[in-house]
Design a protein around this ligand. Structure first.
Ligand code: SF4
Length: 353
């Protein structure tokens, strides 16, 4: 579909209505790269404080490349999907080694950066270097599906979306255009109840014309939320707390207080399960915390107890660490564990008073 007058309204609409987001004040490809990676699987509102803290801690690609994996994952703690942090670190090291710390400004070299796929490369290159590359994210897919009234599985192929995005790309101003399309999806062409009367591209929109905005895009069913029950043990020795780290996803490689499986739908037996999972013998004590917590699709009923250790965990299957609470702040620890330790510290404080 050729660009129409209606589509051309989009850039003007964007300049008037765009949200003032921290990375929009920057033409620095590193800032845009970090923002785009964080925005994958995280909303703008949730990720913004993490973005600002991350850049304070790692203000340049060189600073990030020089950091340890533990430091980077720790700065990412709470955002989830930790492979993104590890990929960002691998990517930063590659950029330092191959490109003297400057994000490459051509597509082939950008795609060779570990962890950088077509979406991220196109976003960084179009926004930071004005390269004529179309960006297709979830918001853009939804807008395109509605403008073209796409129905049926074969039409929803990634290559099809990409072709349509390239067709309407403003090649003179691709960075602004891509952001405008994404912003339209975020603010106006929302998943439910799109604000069509306020939409700058409404006259080009087939779904609106056909009265199909409520059924397009046709979506695959989302992974259902799982309600699970997790118990955890806070074990203290001389002011230090026992942390474990194993291969279990989604908390892979994050330090955690010993806890039961994340997949149990019934209340687990804490002592028995920790014996099976970690080869340790404990005696559960007073309840420290009962709360709700969310890890990806899991909605967790979480219960944490102070516990006494009778025999050490098996250190061949898990990494073990005794850490002071203030040291845990700088470790890559799960947000669930941070929440539990906060409750434990509050209780210590109350006992001291
Ligand atoms: S007219 Fe409505 S459905 Fe069509 S692109 Fe605009 S907001 Fe989306």
């Amino acid at each position: 579909m050729p660009r129409t007058n209606s589509l051309q309204n989009l850039s003007a609409w964007y300049r008037r209505n765009r949200r003032e987001l921290p990375w929009r004040h920057s033409g620095d490809p590193y800032h845009i790269w970090v923002a785009e990676v964080m925005l994958q699987q995280t909303t703008v509102r949730s990720m913004t404080p993490y973005y600002e803290a991350f850049l304070r801690r790692f203000p340049s690609i060189g600073a990030l490349a020089a950091a340890s994996e533990d430091e980077v994952v720790s700065a990412w703690s709470g955002l989830g999907y930790y492979h993104r942090a590890r990929n960002l670190l691998r990517g930063a090291r590659h950029v330092v080694e191959r490109h003297r710390g400057r994000f490459p400004d051509d597509l082939d070299h950008a795609l060779a950066v570990p962890g950088v796929g077509l979406y991220t490369a196109s976003a960084v290159l179009s926004i930071a270097f004005n390269r004529p590359l179309a960006v297709v994210d979830g918001n853009v897919r939804r807008v395109l599906a509605r403008i073209h009234a796409l129905r049926g599985r074969s039409k929803r192929k990634e290559s099809n979306y990409h072709r349509m995005a390239v067709e309407i790309l403003d090649r003179r101003n691709p960075g602004e255009w891509n952001q405008a399309l994404m912003e339209l999806g975020a603010l106006i062409c929302t998943p439910r109840n799109p604000a069509c009367p306020a939409c700058p591209v409404r006259t080009a929109c087939a779904a609106r014309r056909l009265g199909l905005t409520a059924v397009i895009p046709e979506t695959r069913p989302r992974r259902a939320t799982a309600d699970v029950y997790v118990k955890a043990a806070v074990i203290e020795r001389s002011g230090r707390l026992l942390l474990v780290r194993g291969a279990e996803t989604p908390l892979q490689r994050l330090w955690c207080v010993p806890h039961t499986s994340l997949d149990s739908t019934v209340a687990p037996n804490l002592a028995e399960e920790l014996r099976k999972r970690y080869g340790m013998a404990i005696e559960p004590g007073p309840l420290l915390l009962r709360t709700r917590h969310r890890v990806t699709f899991r909605r967790i009923r979480l219960e944490a107890h102070a516990a006494r250790l009778h025999s050490n965990p098996d250190s061949t299957a898990h990494d073990l660490l005794w850490a002071a609470p203030e040291e845990i702040d700088d470790l890559p620890a799960s947000s669930m564990t941070r929440k539990i330790i906060k409750a434990w510290l509050a209780r210590q404080l109350a006992l001291d008073l």
